[in-house]
Design a protein around this ligand. Structure first.
Ligand code: NAD
Length: 482
């Protein structure tokens, strides 16, 4: 297998040339990426259909649309992001000027996952371009049509001496990880995330890990029929309507109080039928499971006898078409795989609790989620969830809205990952904040230098407090008492 050394050297050479640092070059690449996404919209959409059975509207809502918006946001903010900020130095260094300027990290490696195969591949590239980096993108081999569209389009639209797409699976990934990178940006599972970090440690390469996990949705008693209608649509969209539950921020399971549990289950059944029809296999609004491997994994969740006994809706599976119907489970055993592993599919367990407040302990006894959703009007409960739980994000009364926001950092905490991106946060992820201090030879305070005496100590103490009066008094041979 190729060792990619020559390709990486070409990228490093481009970086060393300094051209990627120029604002005009970054802007031209962002414009080219925008053209790529807009001109290739149909091709991208067809690839998403081929790999995941995604409807064009869903493809636009979750991948193409957010990319267009993010690129435009980066172009609008680029000048300001690049400009750096002024800072102060201590008195002992007077007169001086200091600033913090963002410099590109250099050669970066981006790994993406298959569930939003276009969005998750190109969104970090926006940040890499804006920051002035050169990059290798390794798309997921599990979405081959999308991987191929990305590879062909990037080489046609972007500067091929600065951006390369290297396709392949784990062998290619392992070979790439043998090289030294200036940053690795990884979206994927925690298991592979651990391998990435281990490989990065060898070269002390910084990493961003965008991982997954189980995102809970706390559903408090919904009071009016209006609230119920909206909440149910949002819950369904945040599970079955987002790549058929194959997304890191979809609802993994619901927590509900016993007194509202049976009504919620009835509502979920009614709304699934209303949104996806009596025969969801015929609908074009439910994406397909990505591969036989993942289909078998999801099937094995439902094949456990105690889990099967908890099935209250759905469960229809068609292996030939990689289709699984939206499925509801009520109180499957908490030690079953469906409740210990990330589901990443259209299976929704509903867990009944005596009191809705118990949801806080339920969540806290498990790894920190990427997102917590909570549907409630109860301000006391909201405050408790804010102050007593930890997650990458917390959303009240909706799902997924936090993802496509350029103004919010997107990322996890604990086992759901670390580092963040989107908007300016992507620029920061691929930049190093370099400090520049500028001194003059005009004034030089002798008390900064050895040999030491206690007068110098007094002057240093006054200097660190910005106590100019003491300093002047000391110069005059007088002493100030505190
Ligand atoms: P994955 O970890 O299997 O693969 C991710 C990437 O790593 C792919 O490009 C893959 O080719 C590569 N890879 C696979 N094996 C490797 C190895 N041994 N060494 C190095 N690289 C390797 O994840 P996936 O199945 O593509 O995606 C699903 C997971 O990703 C879920 O856990 C999901 O929650 C998570 N995810 C997280 C986010 C987020 O933004 N936080 C978004 C989407 C998916």
């Amino acid at each position: 297998m190729e060792d990619f050394g020559a390709s990486l050297e070409e990228l490093r050479k481009t970086f060393r040339s300094g051209k990627t640092r120029e604002e005009s070059w970054r802007r031209s690449q962002l414009k080219a990426l925008l053209r790529l996404v807009q001109e290739k919209e149909d091709e991208i959409s067809m690839a998403l259909k081929q790999d995941l059975g995604k409807h064009h509207v869903e493809a636009y809502r979750d991948e193409i649309g957010p990319l267009v918006k993010s690129i435009e946001f980066a172009m609008a903010g680029l000048k300001g992001w690049m400009s750096g900020k002024k800072a102060k130095l201590p008195f002992a260094a007077f007169p001086a000027k200091a600033e913090i300027i963002p410099e590109p990290l250099g050669l970066v490696l981006v790994f993406s996952a298959w569930n939003l195969p276009i969005g998750l591949a190109l969104e970090p590239i926006i940040g890499a371009i804006a920051a002035g980096c050169v990059a290798v993108l390794k798309p997921s081999e599990q979405a081959p049509a999308c991987s191929s569209v990305i590879a062909k389009s990037i080489s046609a639209y972007l500067d091929p001496k600065a951006f390369k797409v290297i396709e392949g699976g784990s062998l290619v990934s392992e070979r790439l990880l043998e090289h030294k990178w200036d940053k690795i940006f990884f979206t994927g599972s925690a298991a592979v995330g651990r391998l990435i970090m281990t490989a990065a440690a060898k070269h002390l390469t910084p990493v961003t890990l965008e991982l997954g996990g189980k995102c809970p949705a706390i559903v408090d008693s919904l009071s009016s029929s209006w609230d119920k209608d909206i909440a149910l649509k949002r819950i369904l969209a945040g599970k079955f309507g987002t790549c058929s539950g194959q997304a890191c921020i979809v609802i993994d399971y619901i927590l509900v109080e016993r007194k509202f549990s049976s009504e919620l289950v009835q509502l979920l059944k009614k709304y699934i039928q209303a949104v996806f029809g009596d025969n969801p296999k015929q609908t074009h609004s439910v994406a397909r499971i990505v591969s036989k491997k993942h289909f078998t994994r999801l099937k094995s969740f439902l094949d456990e006898p105690k889990v099967k006994a908890s099935l209250v809706y759905g469960g229809l599976m068609d292996e030939d078409n990689l289709f699984i119907e939206p499925t509801l489970l009520v109180d499957p055993p908490l030690n079953a795989a469906v409740m210990t592993e990330e589901i990443f599919g259209p299976i929704l367990p509903i867990i009944t609790l005596e009191k809705i407040e118990d949801s806080i302990d339920f969540i806290n006894f498990r790894p920190k989620p990427l997102t917590i959703y909570a549907f409630t009007h109860n301000e006391t409960l909201k405050n408790k969830i804010v102050s007593q739980t930890s997650s990458g994000s917390l959303v009240f009364n909706d799902t997924i809205v936090q993802y496509a926001a350029d103004t919010l950092p997107f990322g996890g905490v604990g086992e759901s990952g670390f580092g963040r991106y989107h908007g300016k946060f992507s620029f920061d992820t691929f930049s190093h904040e370099k400090v520049i201090a500028r001194r003059s030879y005009l004034i030089d305070f002798w008390f900064r230098y050895p040999p030491w005496d206690f007068k110098k100590l007094q002057l240093l103490k006054a200097g660190y407090r910005f106590d100019y009066v003491s300093i002047v008094l000391m110069f005059l041979g007088l002493k100030r008492t505190y």
